[in-house]
Design a protein around this ligand. Structure first.
Ligand SMILES: [Zn+2]
Length: 152
């Protein structure tokens, strides 16, 4: 599987030593080290088979078939492509984490709104109790004034 050259692979040659190589299409643009001469090179963009019609597709397949037997050519490419999917996995995990946090924050906000409305109810109750006490004090004051008046 590792060394198998697929039809969609980018097939190219090392500009330094001319070694034929095949790389996963996701490897386009990566700087790789030639397994033959250890020089570095940039992986070219894949050639679109659809733009050239049927003959272009045929050429791409035969070119891939030509290097299918070369061992270990795909090996140096494994690392950068692995890094890329690792980065994609990490960023999707980060998005998931942020979504989770957003959900927590909105749940907390709802809770606080609930608590706030409950404490407003309590404050209102206390205010009503105070007005009852205030009314009782007013009546007590009136009664005491009446008692004072009666003593005179
Ligand atoms: Zn080379």
């Amino acid at each position: 599987m590792v060394n198998q050259v697929l039809d969609q692979d980018i097939v190219f040659e090392c500009p330094h030593c001319g070694k034929s190589m095949a790389i996963d299409p996701r490897g386009a643009g990566y700087v790789i080290t030639c397994p033959e001469c250890t020089n570095q090179m940039t992986v070219p963009q894949p050639v679109k088979a659809s733009s050239g019609g049927m003959s272009a597709t045929g050429t791409a397949v035969s070119a891939a078939a030509g290097v299918a037997g070369v061992a270990a050519t795909r090996t140096p490419v494994q690392a950068p492509v692995g890094d890329l999917s690792q980065a994609l996995m990490e960023s999707s995990a980060k998005v998931k984490e942020l979504t989770e946090r957003l959900r927590e924050v909105s749940a907390r906000r709802k809770y606080l709104e609930h608590v706030h409305s409950r404490s407003s109810e309590r404050i209102e109750k206390v205010r009503q109790e105070f007005s009852v006490i205030q009314g009782a004090l007013d009546r007590l004051y009136d009664v005491m004034q009446e008692l004072d008046a009666a003593e005179d």
